[in-house]
Design a protein around this ligand. Structure first.
Ligand code: SF4
Length: 157
């Protein structure tokens, strides 16, 4: 990522953090939102978010399962400063869901515009796919899922 693009992506993060703080969603600190299967959703992230996360996150064991994030330790995030948009925006507060969805849509649209403007291409994939690829370049195509916003419900199988 070029320095300009990095600064722009961090600008999107800052704007998202401001919007979430203004909305003031309630957090019960249950940590369930990072245990994806238990909570019933999947965390997606773009290649920009993945790059920033992988630069700063601690080492993790592979293979990473789709069940939860390896950076959650004792219910806390060990990659907090570099966490992707879905982690910044998502709260389980029922009163915040519509606002959270709007913030996510606007932020992902902003990242897509950056991808276009910088001719960087666009990839949006589940966290476990990204982390497994980072450790093991050839991920099975069947693990890939279609682009969607932030955290999405698990597919019914
Ligand atoms: S990066 Fe942090 S906030 Fe995001 S899912 Fe992992 S532990 Fe949770």
């Amino acid at each position: 990522m070029t320095p300009d693009l990095r600064a722009a992506v961090l600008g999107v993060y800052a704007e998202v953090d401001r919007a979430v703080a203004a909305a003031g969603p309630r957090c019960d600190a249950s940590g369930r939102c990072c245990r994806f299967t238990e909570y019933g959703h999947t965390l997606f992230l773009s290649q920009f978010e993945a790059e920033l996360l992988l630069e700063a996150a601690p080492p993790y064991d592979t293979p990473v399962s789709r069940d939860g994030c390896p950076f959650q330790v004792d219910n806390l995030c060990t990659a907090r400063d570099a966490r992707p948009l879905g982690c910044r925006v998502y709260f389980c507060d029922p009163a915040y869901q519509e606002t959270g969805n709007r913030i996510t849509e606007e932020a992902v649209a902003a990242l897509k515009r950056l991808a276009d403007d910088h001719e960087a291409g666009w990839r949006y994939a589940p966290l476990h796919v990204v982390l497994n690829e980072a450790a093991r370049p050839a991920a099975p195509a069947a693990d890939r899922m279609p682009p969607a916003g932030g955290r999405v419900p698990l597919p019914v199988v």
